[in-house]
Each structure stands twice: as C-alpha cells, then as structure tokens.
Design a protein around this ligand. Structure first.
Ligand code: 2BA
Length: 109
C-alpha cells in the first residue's frame, strides 16, 4: 500500500475531490499553506493499493492545472527599506506537487 500526498491549488481542490470520489478513491483533504507564496493550498492524503497508484496519479494530473501567479516578495528582514522597491515576479504554480510514500501498516476500525 502507498500514501499519495498531493499539494494542489485551492482552485482545483473541489474538482479533484469530486473526481476521486466518483472514481472510488478514498481521500482526506487538509487545508495547507505554501511556504513560498504563503497562500492557502490543499493537501490530499490518499491511501491506495500499489497497483492503483498510477491510476490515481492520472486523476490528479487530469484535474490540476498549471497557473501563473504574481508574487510580491516580502521586504528585507533587516536594514533600511528606503531604497527597497518590491517588483512582482511571476511564478508557475501547480498542477500538483505529489509524494508517494510506502505505508508500513494500515488499519481501519
Ligand atoms: P509554495 O511553497 O507557496 O510555492 C508556490 C510556487 O512558488 C511553486 O509552485 C514554485 O513555482 C514557486 N516556488 C516555490 N519555492 C520557490 C523558491 N524557493 N524559489 C522560486 N520559486 C519557488 P509548485 O512547485 O507547483 O508548488 C506548489 C505548492 O506545493 C507549494 O506552495 C508548496 O505548498 C507545495 N510544495 C511544492 N514542492 C514541495 C516540496 N518539495 N515539499 C513540500 N511541499 C511542496
């Protein structure tokens, strides 16, 4: 068994959870925050048999889009901010950051 951990954009989370449920996968959604953008995102935990991992990855791939997002870097932590001009920079976010972890044991009581 594997645990698929997928960090997705909030905009994709409803579509992905509907697709997972309708295709018979069990999943848990966690509200999370990206360390870089400090914006909300959604983390899915999906426990799955080894032979179905590639199918679940395909569902994630089909339901999560890559988007460009403008970020204004935070001001420097120290020193004068008089000459600091924050310019927005564009970063590409998503479709999904996915980790596949081995599960040593799974119990469902
Ligand atoms: P954030 O950390 O908010 O990152 C959002 C996007 O900003 C990233 O998109 C990437 O394009 C860019 N980015 C992140 N760190 C950067 C850096 N040090 N320098 C330049 N650009 C940077 P994604 O790669 O699609 O990641 C989307 C979200 O997935 C991340 O939100 C984070 O919550 C999660 N994530 C991505 N990689 C991860 C990892 N290796 N471990 C844990 N979480 C991860």
């Amino acid at each position: 068994m594997k645990l698929v951990v997928a960090v997705v954009q909030d905009k994709d989370s409803n579509r992905l959870s509907n697709a997972l449920v309708s295709e018979g996968y069990r999943a848990t959604k966690l509200a999370s925050t990206g360390g870089f953008l400090r914006a909300g995102n959604t983390t899915f935990m999906i426990g799955i048999e080894d032979e179905r991992v590639s199918d679940v990855l395909q569902v994630i791939r089909n339901n999560c889009k890559v988007r460009d997002q403008l970020v204004t870097p935070v001001s420097p932590m120290s020193g004068s901010t008089d000459s600091y001009m924050p310019f927005p920079v564009e970063v590409q976010v998503g479709g999904a950051a996915v980790f596949v972890l081995p599960v040593e044991r799974f119990e469902h009581f």
